[in-house]
Design a protein around this ligand. Sequence first.
Ligand SMILES: [Zn+2]
Length: 284
Amino acid sequence: MSQRFRKDPMENQVAPQLETMNLAQVRASRPHVALVPFGATEPHNLHLPYGTDTFQVINIAQRLADEAQTKGAKIVVLPAIPYGTETNLAGFPLAINLQPSTLTTIIRDLAVSLAASGIRKIVLLNGHGGNDFKPVLRELYGQLDAHLFLINWYQVIADVYCEIFDEADDHAGEMETSLALACFPEWIARAADGQLAADDGRKQPCQFEAVNRGWVQLSRPWHLLTTNSGAGNPHRATAEKGHKLLDLLVQRLAPFLVELSASRIDHQFPYQATHSPGASTPGD
Ligand SMILES: [Zn+2]
């Protein structure tokens, strides 16, 4: 499946995708880093497919890995997990849910398998806002012969979001639609006049002002919050904005993968070595 959503399957210099490799290739590749994409299966307004998060995260993972690989990193991209936590979208049909506890078990099992094959640097690339993996990292800390890192890709561009997009996006809005236009435009539904077959993604305000202001949180029942599951206006999305976003993600994250691949796991990993006694310091 992933192969169909890679940026260019014919391109020569690409990081290995495990699901397209054979045993001889796996034995020869000896990767240092595993990149594990996490998507979701859920509705995205009326215009984007249920696989949107998965297709996006596969595309981002491959671009990051390709760029890092060309800069010398040794990475393998694992098959994406196509399901995430969807309890709050249960009011819509076929939003397929994995409980946080199930995802914790999946991440633990993946990490154990990878560590058994000698891969001790594991990057979880999450593309679904309903997944909250930081508690998983805390729970598994110290239990694995591997180091887990987490990237929620949509948080990486938060500081420049307004420079690319016109309106705040919660779900299936301008950002996600722009990314879809850049990565899989053929699966975006349009009305007869060529406009997106989507509503305007308006959200129903909560009766409690403190919730609307973000001071108080809850797990939002999406069928009450939205009309067709879209939260955020998608109608100003463009493929160009999507490409800007992709370029920025690669620019910001590929160097990390290169550094991670080259790093040595010692007793201070991932922190810098302290100066040994007698070594010169910048103040000397
Ligand atoms: Zn999404």
